[in-house]
Design a protein around this ligand. Structure first.
Ligand code: HEM
Length: 233
């Protein structure tokens, strides 16, 4: 175990934080996908009711959102720090007799993780602007669910995905999510020191399967809405 004060300052501690925050984000993404599956019902009622239940948590929702924001921040910052320190460590190693040949498999994977991660960060910022901070009840986005007036988040989603540019952006981003997740899931076990060599391959396969399910699950939402011109509204 890494002592608390070294958690934020040592490479090992930062790896722990990167792995733990990665796991928390996996949990969020899985719950988010399950909630969003209500979009496939073809009517806005299910997702609007789901969103209204979350809104009803009031301050509780705000606390969850702040926790999520901090977790994303922690994951990004520690990932950049860990990548930077392993780059410096490699540069020191290579200072002795210069290494021949191209980058190692590890270097390529790390570089891929930081690139796919940064693309996802851009995706999340755009996504939040469009959905979280998009049109609200005050802007006339209201729906009547069983006699109760709620925020019509379904209309926000549908209007977004009726624009082909957004569909392409979301579909493209979901491939980056899949690639990031495929290695990240296994890597989080390793960062937390939970990877028994015997379980390494099965865990990599599990990450691969979850990555495909997440990518496909999210990716078909914009396509479905665009193809059906707004579901069965
Ligand atoms: C087609 C795919 C997706 C759809 C349709 C979708 C839809 C939504 C909707 C409707 C909201 C709620 C906005 C609100 O209630 O104010 C939301 C919030 C959010 N989504 Fe997505 N999402 C998708 C993919 C993703 C992915 C892949 C990620 C992460 C990598 C993500 C991260 C978030 C975050 C961080 C929030 C803010 C949560 C909050 O503050 O309550 N979403 N999304």
């Amino acid at each position: 175990m890494v002592p608390l004060k070294r958690l934020f300052t040592s490479t090992l501690g930062r790896k722990y934080l990167m792995g733990a925050s990665g796991f928390a984000l996996v949990l969020f993404i899985v719950v988010h996908l399950l909630g969003n599956l209500t979009l496939y019902t073809g009517s806005g009622d299910a997702i609007n009711t789901y969103a209204a239940k979350l809104d009803a948590l009031g301050i509780g929702k705000l606390i969850l959102e702040l926790g999520l924001g901090l977790t994303i921040l922690l994951h990004v910052v520690t990932a950049i720090q860990v990548t930077y320190s392993s780059k410096v460590a490699r540069a020191v190693q290579y200072d002795a007799p210069k290494s021949k040949g191209g980058p190692t498999k590890n270097t390529v994977t790390t570089r891929n993780m930081i690139i796919t991660g940064l693309v996802l960060l851009v995706f999340i910022v755009v996504h939040l602007i469009q959905f979280r901070f998009g049109p609200k009840i005050e802007d006339g986005y209201t729906a009547n669910v069983s006699g109760v007036m709620v925020h019509d988040i379904y209309r926000v989603v549908v209007e977004t995905f009726l624009d082909i540019k957004n569909v392409i952006f979301y579909v493209g981003s979901m491939f980056f999510l899949g690639f990031h997740f495929r290695h990240g899931f296994w890597s989080a076990f390793q960062s937390l020191g939970m990877l028994n060599p015997r379980w390494s391959k099965p865990i990599y396969c599990l990450g691969f399967i979850i990555a495909i399910l997440l990518t496909v699950g999210f990716l078909f939402m914009p396509i479905y809405i665009y193809a059906t011109q707004g579901g069965a509204q």
